[in-house]
Design a binder for this molecule. Sequence first.
Ligand SMILES: Nc1ncnc2c1ncn2[C@@H]1O[C@H](COP(=O)(O)OP(=O)(O)OP(=O)(O)O)[C@@H](O)[C@H]1O
Length: 325
Amino acid sequence: MISQTLLERRETVHRPDTASVIEVRDLRQKYGDFEAVKGISFEVRPGELFALLGTNGAGKTTTIEILEGFRPPTEGSVRVLGHDPVTERAKVRPHTGLMLQEGGFFTDLTVVETVRFWRDVSPNKPYTVAEVLDRVELAEKGDVQVRQLSGGQKRRLDLALATLAQPKVLFLDEPTTGMDPEARRNTWTIIQDLVSSGTTVLLTTHYLEEAERLADRLAIMHEGRIQLAGTAAEVVSQQGNRIRFRVPDQLPVERLPLLDGVAAATELRKGQLIAEYRLGADPDGTQQSLAHLISWASQNRLVLDRLEVRSASLEDVFLEVAHAA
Ligand SMILES: Nc1ncnc2c1ncn2[C@@H]1O[C@H](COP(=O)(O)OP(=O)(O)OP(=O)(O)O)[C@@H](O)[C@H]1O
């Protein structure tokens, strides 16, 4: 179960800070009668990377699109660099880079022509076309039409366009979807370099490892609300430790011991019954539970195959959020 402390955290994501680069306050968005975002607040400070995680349809893209100025919110307010992104677009847009879920390319143009076009209309030109392509490892694809790029290569081109002006604020909506692991790591490096040079980033992702690696702070959304927020370590540390093992053949599940008063949850994986105990975060308690389990196994002449003890992962937390509602 998600602890009360963590649930209360969603109320504290917004810490008033006049220097916030991105500020979202009591944001609500309706599409007709359907409320996709139900009153969320958070802020992103200068040079910070904030990740919005969440289940499908949680409202992440809706939130990012409002911040990008594509539509005004139904209720609440958003500020980017202190300005309203819709009514003060001219003050915000030159300083922001956008990477949408679907890149809006002219697919007949080549990669070089695309970068040249965007660079020409960009307010800042800190990099040459060759440097822009080099950074995302697309130099060899310069003469290829955009329509001929693979999905992952298109995402890399999109990232190149979003960052070619070295923006102050960068919105990345699922930037690494479709990329192979090497391209993903390369993208993480590009994003980390941008953050190191002072760019503030709001990123949505379904890759929890990506959020863990990159984010200074993160929020997990579900059905239009922020359910949890904090640093990855803060969010995960509240979740406690897990002990798992394969349930020995022929052992009835009812005979599994209680550990620290906790019963095992069991699940069938590839035909094998796995037992998992969700314990507290206290290492001493976990050690005692483990000792008790091993002594129980010895007394019953059982071998605990695939025995593992680990702290909860961000994935565990995410699944709790998704299932708790
Ligand atoms: N233009 C629209 N008209 C009506 N409903 C919409 C519109 N855009 C989004 N929605 C709905 O609003 C909800 C939130 O969608 P949104 O795209 O913001 O979620 P998300 O968190 O980005 O999801 P995913 O992870 O699947 O990309 C969904 O239920 C979606 O169907």
